[in-house]
Structures are given as structure tokens and as C-alpha cells.
Design a protein around this ligand. Structure first.
Ligand SMILES: *Cc1c(COP(=O)(O)O)cnc(C)c1O
Length: 417
């Protein structure tokens, strides 16, 4: 069963004229996607990496149900509610510094927009006028979302936003410096542009949307310290990496750094309701905390802090305490290494890399994605490559047998090339 030809749904990132119609899903459960035609797929990518506890976790479903009957929504202008208070409290505690403040929004892209506005207005509030410090450093292969500000800090060449060049704000994209010499070049670059720069934005340890490109905690740590030398507002975009994906609750923890602003989203509600946040440290917040009305942060989405979404997020965060999620991620990492690493010797494979609950097999050329997806669906698994990379980023509670099936499917695929 597929999308009827005349249906007005416009699908994402899709050439509607030539694309294979999407598969219709009837229900989900654990790591399974049940299609309307009766087939079941084992999900290898957790719905864009959001389903950390698997689908339909009963604790999240009941929190949603309970909150929906009490109060589905109320505006946050002048009003507040317990689920948001509790969520802000939990999120603020995840950051190393104190006096953190949590700004709730409805999607990861908007969390990035808000983080960027925080950085720009931070300098404005501190200096009392609109200076030049309103541009950002970002990195090659970065992805930070689809809204206009977020698009401007995506990789300018390789991202899907390259055709909006001219429309977007001009930012500075730099390679992630991973050697002494490239770090020195990065430092010179910052020295040259410091007067224009509000901040820097990076996806800590894993650029997932670019096809799972990893850098080491040491690299992240040296990027952080060079940015500190030039006083840049350091934004860690943990929308994809937050909530356990790379093996720690947040990826930045592994580099022992203290970002100024952390964006979270994706896994926040355990794959249930859209919600994200920009979490600022006290140093940033202090620049907004004054007697001047115009020092306030000027942002406020209509559905900001939606109570159902907050209740889901609170239940999801609690599951990280009551269920052994990070241990499960560690087991997934060792099984991925064991099963995927041998594929390195396959002729069509460029490299295999694993980090936490992410396993990536990079081929030596671009993959025909529709053809690959069809191959995987025929094997009963849901895997959707990005560019030249086939990857797994499953739910953390996946059992060994299902993970084995997913790895076998990838192995069959690459041996078939
Ligand atoms: C997905 C993603 C975003 C955008 O989040 P949306 O909820 O899709 O707007 C931003 N940054 C990173 C690193 C992401 O992976």
C-alpha cells in the first residue's frame, strides 16, 4: 500500500515526480515498524535517531495520555506549568556549569536559531550597540537544520542547502582542525575574523547528517580551547548526539568541555512529540539579565514548552535512570564493531567507523539510495543510507538478534556490490 497518486502530501527532500512512493506505516512497537500491507521491518535508524527507548515505550505513552487529559496546551507568555518547570530543571542539570537557563522550542532547527540569537544578542547586550559581532564559524560537513539561520551554518557546499546561496546569511565554514598545523591555521583564521564573530557552532563528536563523520574528543577539546582564546560563544549542537547516542549522555562530556549553549532535540521526547531546547550557561544568561527591557531574549514560539511534549520528555529522561541505556549503548558499540569492522576488507567499502550506538559503513562511491532502501526492505529491515554511507543508529534497547539481523543485511548489501 502506498501514497495514492492524487494525495496532496508533499514529502521531505523528495523529487515527487520520480521518487518511489513512501511506505505506509500502520503502527510501531519496540524496534518494529508495521507496514499497512502486513510486512514488518526491524528499524535500524530509529526514526532519524529519535527513538532511543524504542517506539511506544509505555512510560512515555502513559505520560502523554495523562497530560493530554489534564491540559494538552497552554501558552507560555505569562503562564507556566509543572511539566515545563520539571523539564527545565532536569535539562539545566545536564550542563557542567551552574545558573543554566533552558529555552524550550518546538524543533531542533529552532533551537539552533535561538542559540544563534542568544550569541548575537549576548554581544549586543554587553556592548550596548549593534557591533559587527554577528557572524558564526561553522564546520565543513555540518548540518544544523532547515530554517534560514540554521541553514546558513550548514556546510555551504555539500549540504542540501547549497542551492540557497545568496539568500542565506554568509558565515565562515572551516574544516574541523584535527592536526597541529590545521589547528594553527584555525587559530590564525579566528584572529583575522574575531571582530566579526559572535560564536561558533559544532556537532560534538559526530556529524550525523553528513553521513556519520566522527572526530575525537581531543579534537573537540582543542577546537573548544582555541575558540575560548577568542571569546567566541561556543554552541554545541547536540540535537543528534544528545541523550546517549555517542556513549555518554551528551557527546561534549567526552571532551570535558563546558559549552556556552547546548541545543537538544531529536531524542528528547523519546520519539513521540516534537520538542527541543537551547540551554544557556550562566555567563550567557547574565548578559540578558538586566533592568533594560530590550535586553530580553526576543523569541517565543506559539507552541513553546507544550505540556504534552514536556511530559513525554520528562518520562524519557527518567528512563535513562530506570533502564540501563548507556550500558546498552556500550553493548551495541561492541557488537557493531565486531560485526561491521570485518567489512573493511570488502572491495567496495572505503571504511567502517563505530561510535556509541552508531555504526557507519562508508562505500567508495555514492549509493543509489532508493535501490538500497528497496534491497533492505526486501530483507525486512529499515535502513536508509546517506550519500556514500550506510549506517545503523538503532534504539538502545534493541536485542542482539535484531542488531545481528541489521548488520547481516548491511553485510549482504556490500557483498552484493
Ligand atoms: C536534525 C538536526 C537538527 C534539526 O532538528 P529538526 O528538529 O529537524 O529541526 C539540528 N541539528 C542537528 C545536529 C540535527 O541532527
Amino acid at each position: 500500500m502506498s501514497l495514492p497518486h492524487h494525495n496532496p502530501l508533499w514529502m521531505p527532500y523528495t523529487q515527487m515526480k520520480t521518487a518511489t512512493p513512501p511506505l505506509q506505516v500502520d503502527s510501531t512497537e519496540g524496534v518494529q515498524i508495521h507496514l499497512s500491507d502486513g510486512r514488518t521491518l526491524i528499524d535500524g535508524i530509529a526514526s532519524w535517531w529519535t527513538a532511543c527507548h524504542g517506539y511506544n515505550h509505555p512510560a512515555i505513552v502513559s505520560a502523554i495520555r495523562e497530560q493530554a487529559s489534564r491540559m494538552p496546551h497552554v501558552m507560555m507568555g505569562g503562564l507556566v506549568h509543572q511539566p515545563a518547570i520539571q523539564l527545565a530543571d532536569s535539562l539545566a542539570r545536564f550542563l557542567p556549569s551552574d545558573r543554566n537557563k533552558v529555552f524550550l522550542v518546538d524543533s531542533g532547527s529552532v533551537a539552533v536559531e535561538v542559540a544563534m540569537k542568544m550569541a548575537v544578542q549576548f554581544w549586543r547586550n554587553k556592548r550596548g550597540f549593534w557591533g559587527d559581532k554577528n557572524r558564526f564559524v561553522c564546520f565543513q560537513n555540518s548540518y544544523h537544520g532547515d530554517t534560514t539561520g540554521a541553514m546558513s551554518v550548514c556546510d555551504p557546499v555539500d549540504s542540501m542547502h547549497s542551492h540557497f546561496k545568496g539568500f542565506l546569511l554568509e558565515q565562515f565554514a572551516h574544516p574541523i582542525p584535527d592536526s597541529e598545523s590545521s589547528l594553527a591555521a584555525f587559530r590564525r583564521f579566528l584572529a583575522r575574523h574575531e571582530h566579526q564573530l559572535a560564536g561558533v557552532i559544532i556537532e560534538p563528536l559526530a556529524q550525523m547528517a553528513a553521513g556519520m563523520r566522527f572526530h575525537s574528543p581531543q579534537t573537540l577539546r582543542s577546537v573548544f580551547s582555541v575558540c575560548q582564546e577568542y571569546d567566541l560563544v561556543f554552541i554545541a549542537d547536540e540535537v543528534a548526539t544528545g541523550f546517549g547516542r555517542t556513549g555518554s549522555m551528551f557527546a561534549f562530556e567526552q571532551a570535558k568541555i563546558e559549552p556556552d549553549v547546548v541545543c537538544v532535540g531529536k531524542g528528547l521526547t523519546g520519539c513521540s512529540v516534537g520538542l527541543a531546547a537551547a540551554i544557556a550557561c550562566g555567563k550567557i544568561y547574565d548578559a540578558f539579565h538586566s533592568d533594560e527591557p530590550h535586553h530580553a531574549l526576543m523569541h517565543g514560539p506559539t507552541f513553546m514548552g507544550n505540556p504534552i511534549a514536556c511530559a513525554a520528555a520528562n518520562a524519557s529522561i527518567q528512563l535513562f535512570e530506570t533502564e540501563p541505556r548507556l550500558n546498552q549503548v556500550a553493548s551495541i558499540e561492541s557488537q557493531l564493531r565486531e560485526q561491521l569492522a570485518p567489512l573493511t576488507s570488502t572491495p567496495a567499502v572505503h571504511s567502517v567507523n563505530c561510535l556509541g550506538a552508531i555504526g557507519a559503513v562508508r562505500m567508495d562511491r555514492e549509493i543509489d539510495v532508493p535501490e538500497a532502501v528497496q534491497f533492505f526492505v526486501d530483507q525486512g529491515v529499515w535502513i536508509r543510507p546517506i550519500g556514500d554511507t550506510i549506517y545503523l543508529a538503532p534504539a538502545f534497547m534493541i536485542d542482539q538478534d535484531d542488531l545481528h539481523t541489521l548488520c547481516e543485511a548491511i553485510s549482504d548489501f556490500v557483498h552484493d556490490r
